[in-house]
Design a protein around this ligand. Structure first.
Ligand code: SF4
Length: 122
């Protein structure tokens, strides 16, 4: 069955902050970007493998995703510990980013999207 809702392919499988049945007014920028890539046909949700989360990737892609995606995320300022500039909120291996960030890192690492696309301001 096709997965048409980003909650199905981003939030439920990858996001520790997702709460079933809890209505969020906003979505994180990472999930929005993944959804846009799906709508543009650049990601086929039916052909996606189930990725295993890998905390090494969060650090590896913090700068590229942070500078291109998180910078415009409505959660960044107050709710996102992962992108917080407060040193108490680190290190990375103890704090997970949102599912959108995790999925983008996994997609880049597995050559399913390229960094240039993110830099063009998706
Ligand atoms: S890691 Fe934080 S700032 Fe970046 S997209 Fe996710 S919630 Fe937003």
């Amino acid at each position: 069955m096709a997965k048409n809702d980003f909650k199905d392919y981003v939030c439920r499988p990858y996001c520790i902050f997702f709460k079933e049945g809890h209505k969020e007014e906003m979505s994180c920028r990472g999930a929005e970007v993944v959804e846009k890539l799906v709508l543009l046909g650049q990601i086929n949700t039916d052909a996606l493998p189930h990725f295993k989360k890998d905390s090494r990737l969060w650090q590896k892609y913090t700068n590229i995703i942070g500078e291109n995606i998180c910078v415009t995320c409505p959660f960044r300022a107050e709710d996102c510990n992962f992108m917080s500039e407060d040193p108490e909120a680190k290190p990375y291996d103890e704090i997970e980013p949102c599912g959108g960030f995790i999925m983008l890192a996994l997609l880049i690492e597995n050559d399913l999207i390229n960094i240039a696309g993110l830099e063009k301001g998706l």
